[in-house]
Design a protein around this ligand. Structure first.
Ligand code: PEP
Ligand code: CO
Length: 452
């Protein structure tokens, strides 16, 4: 079968001619254009070669030889920006990756929702509180969370602030992952105090002890551990939802080596469940860049939609180019996912199937907080593994919202966050995140599912 040639009529601005859902109502077009011009002059945040490396490792995942841990904040914040918060998030992701890799024997691809995850799609364009109606908060890329009319006006200066915060976040992540912090001989140091005292923390300590012994054994066999970069450094990739397309367009550059277009705002970009319309601007935009891309699929996705998205986003069927992320909810996945798995499998499209067990399980708690229950999260993941198994499809990854901090945003887990505790440390800007203990618990359970 001959595969279609790349679409030569595509340009980074072509999306402007298509319906674009969820775009901010920028009040001052000239100010917006000035910010976008400034962004166009900024250096890329990631390089095309790195995005190609990620495509390659995701290609391995698509073949069943790896597993993606896609994790980070629902929304990054200007306010809660600190080196410690980045370090702690990285710690829990590294811990989870250790639990996953050690437990399953399969390499773990570490993909952060970080260094660019600043824009949020909203179910409603406005928010009403005590009879006052204001535009919804759309993420720090666009407006301010404070419930005041002025704060909710989209401000294009925020595009630049988000770019610069992404650059410094990425800089620190590169330093941590390549400069010694992620060295396997430091596994114990990733276990934070409040995690170490929990059941998962103790389980992690045992595992870290085994890794120590294995490293000593290798050294005793004469292997020069200092020389093994694989043990001393970690490949960590970044991603965010490509939602505000002006921002993404301004950071899209032609690779000097291949002549191909890359969205250099992150290694992987994804399309949300609310913006995956086939004739829409988001699909058109991501169809033209060469980065690996993801698409979230909620319960309204039909098998034809899933197949058409594969055709639109990966017409040349490159393994590792496309990740489909099921986010059905624990009560709906058994009904809605199997037809999608079967339809895509029947086409032979090489996709990475991942499970986001968070966004279909959000509910409003009686206390007023938006939350999720750890049991629902695990129930959806178990169903995902079972359904993939029945369909003969490799379960390629999990996509979770988490933080390295000791927050009380999601209910349950082994050291359970109880109903009356949500208010204690509910700090998220948007959706409720797993805390570090719940995250590690999830990783151990997923490792067991992978092993079987
Ligand atoms: C998200 O990932 O934060 C999100 C909004 O997801 P979805 O598009 O699946 O609702
Ligand atoms: Co979210």
């Amino acid at each position: 079968m001959s595969l279609p040639a790349p679409d030569a009529s595509w340009t980074p601005a072509r999306w402007r001619g298509r319906p674009a859902a969820q775009q901010p109502d920028w009040p001052d077009p000239a100010a917006l254009e000035a910010s976008l011009d400034e962004l166009r002059r900024q250096p890329p945040l990631v390089f095309a070669g790195e995005a190609r490396d990620l495509t390659e490792v995701l290609g391995e995942v698509a073949e069943g030889r790896g597993f993606v841990l896609h994790a980070g904040d629902c929304a990054e914040s200007f306010e809660a920006f600190s080196a410690d918060a980045i370090r702690d998030k990285l710690k829990v992701i590294l811990q989870m990756a250790i639990a996953l890799t050690y437990g399953s024997g399969v390499p773990t691809v570490k993909l952060g929702r970080i260094a660019g995850q600043f824009a949020k799609p909203r179910s409603s364009p406005t928010e009403v509180r005590d009879g006052v109606e204001l535009p919804s908060f759309r993420g720090d890329l666009v407006n301010d969370l404070t419930f005041e009319a002025g704060a909710r006006v989209p401000d294009p200066d925020r595009l630049l602030r988000a770019y610069h915060q992404s650059a410094s976040t990425l800089n620190l992540l590169r330093a941590f992952t390549k400069g010694g912090f992620a060295d396997l001989s430091r596994v114990h140091q990733w276990n934070q105090e409040f995690v170490a005292t929990s059941r998962e923390g103790r389980r992690y300590e045992l595992l870290a002890g085994e890794i120590d012994r294995a490293l000593r054994f290798m050294a005793a066999c004469g292997i020069d551990l200092e020389a093994e970069l694989q043990l001393r450094q970690v490949d960590f990739y970044t991603s965010h939802e490509a939602l505000v397309l002006g921002y993404e367009e301004a950071l899209t550059r032609r690779d000097s080596l291949t002549g191909d277009w890359y969205d250099c705002s992150a290694h992987l970009l994804w399309i949300g469940d609310r913006t995956r319309q086939l004739d829409g601007a988001h699909v058109d935009f991501l169809a033209g860049v060469e980065n690996p891309v993801g698409v979230k699929l909620g319960p309204s996705t039909t098998p034809d939609d899933a197949v058409a998205l594969c055709e639109a986003l990966n017409p040349r069927r490159r393994p590792g180019r496309l990740m489909l992320v099921s986010r059905m909810g624990a009560d709906r996945i058994e009904e809605h996912l199997p037809p999608l798995l079967d339809a895509v499998a029947a086409t032979g499209h090489p996709v990475v199937w991942a499970c986001d067990p968070m966004h279909g399980n959000t509910f409003a708690h009686s206390s007023g907080y938006k939350t999720r229950h750890f049991d629902d999260v695990m129930r959806e993941i178990r169903s995902f593994f079972g359904l993939c198994g029945s369909a003969g499809v490799w379960p390629g990854g999990v996509h979770v919202e988490l933080t390295g901090e000791d927050v009380t945003e999601c209910l349950g887990g082994s050291e359970a966050v109880n109903d009356d505790e949500l208010e204690k440390r509910y700090e998220t800007m948007c959706d409720p995140r797993l805390n570090a203990r719940q995250s590690l618990d999830l990783a151990f359970q997923v490792a067991e599912l992978l092993r079987h």
